[in-house]
Design a protein around this ligand. Structure first.
Ligand SMILES: NC(=O)c1ccc[n+]([C@@H]2O[C@H](COP(=O)([O-])OP(=O)(O)OC[C@H]3O[C@@H](n4cnc5c(N)ncnc54)[C@H](OP(=O)(O)O)[C@@H]3O)[C@@H](O)[C@H]2O)c1
Length: 328
């Protein structure tokens, strides 16, 4: 079978297509014929060798999530899981940019009929992060939530979920054409940081009180202004670093408003959470996707052999949805 691998950290051009044996599922695992897998920012930094998990050379596989059809069911899987050959499933596993992959049967999520494989392939990383981060900050109706890089696939989900819960979202973008779509999605205000001061806008929108929570993924000046926008006892979850630049902490507001600033990494959450907590999040994700509470936008697809082009395309600014690799 064909699999995308790389042998040194770098940009898209380190990726190659390799012929490797089709993997055999062990006890408790299934083999999936992969149909689609997205290119997420975590894949890009994994290939660059600067992610929280390091690639193992030679021939490191790529891709952390995907969607496909169950091909072979391994031994030792109880009938309680209700899985069947040919079933459409989403999964998280390393090496999804491949024609086949094995994954633990217990981790599979069925793809609702209303979703394509390209949409279903985005079922894990961003939806679980959106649900889990919102759960972690536990906002009430009327609270303010600040989202930096609000037009990201992840934040578009967060906006839709927050709006449903009556939470007021302030989002940042750096392109004018991204303002109205986010207002249409349910954001209360969208600040174009190329034109406006984020700290000033938050101050005026929240009548000087600041926001109750912030999900921060940009860093640099935007991150600095986001920290300065935190209200009394607010929580900031730092979960990405799109600008590559560190932010500064304003000491005054930090001393007097006593916010909590901490990191969030879904992999850690998955490792450390109970089976029950994961099942609850999975149920929430499944229901919100099935009911159409959130959209899983696809901008462009590439065949597996063009994974390198897909990665390059995914790093372009101004995309409206995910770049997805069609694996088979
Ligand atoms: N920690 C975790 O567990 C976890 C889990 C899921 C996702 N994430 C992180 O969440 C972030 C979003 O993921 P995604 O899949 O939703 O990404 P995405 O759909 O590719 O969107 C990326 C967004 O970031 C914006 N952006 C890029 N560089 C920027 C910069 N220098 N300044 C301001 N905005 C910038 C882009 O805006 P333009 O259109 O203007 O370029 C775009 O809106 C990523 O950092 C990802 O690593 C983390």
């Amino acid at each position: 079978m064909k699999q995308i691998v790389f042998n040194q950290p770098g940009d898209a051009d380190v990726l190659t297509v390799k012929d490797v044996p089709v993997p055999e599922p062990k006890a408790g695992e299934v083999r999936i014929k992969v149909k689609a897998a997205p290119v997420n920012p975590s894949d890009v930094v994994f290939i660059q060798g600067v992610y929280g998990i390091s690639p193992q050379f030679p021939d490191s596989p790529v891709g952390f999530e995907g969607a496909g059809e169950i091909d072979v069911i391994g031994t030792g899987i109880g009938s309680g899981l209700k899985i069947a050959q040919g079933q459409r499933v989403a999964f998280a596993a390393l090496g999804t940019w491949s024609e086949y992959v094995v994954a633990p049967a217990i981790s599979l999520l069925p793809i609702p009929d209303n979703l394509s494989f390209e949409e279903g392939a985005q079922f894990f990383v961003n939806p679980f992060t959106a649900v889990t981060m919102l759960d972690e900050v536990a906002l009430k109706k009327g609270d303010w939530l600040l989202l930096t890089a609000a037009f990201s696939s992840l934040n578009k989900m967060v906006i839709q979920l927050a709006q449903k819960a009556g939470v007021r979202v302030i989002g940042t973008v750096r392109r004018t054409e991204q303002v109205q779509p986010l207002l249409d999605l349910g954001a209360e205000a969208v600040v174009n940081t190329e034109e406006d001061s984020l700290a000033d806008r938050v101050k005026s929108l929240t009548e000087g009180k600041g926001v109750q929570a912030c999900f921060e993924s940009v860093g640099g000046d935007i991150g600095t202004q986001a920290i300065a926008s935190l209200g009394k006892d607010a929580t900031m979850l730092i979960y990405g670093l799109m600008s590559g630049e560190e932010a500064k902490i304003s000491y005054g507001p930090t001393i007097f408003r006593t916010p909590t600033i901490k990191g969030f990494w879904l992999s850690r959450w998955m490792e450390e959470s109970s089976v029950r907590a994961k099942a609850r999040a999975a149920k929430q994700v499944y229901n919100m996707v099935k009911q159409g509470d959130v959209t899983l936008d696809v901008e462009k697809t590439f065949p597996l052999a063009q994974a390198s082009k897909a990665v390059t395309y995914s790093t372009q600014s101004g995309r409206t949805g995910k770049v997805v690799i069609q694996c088979g």
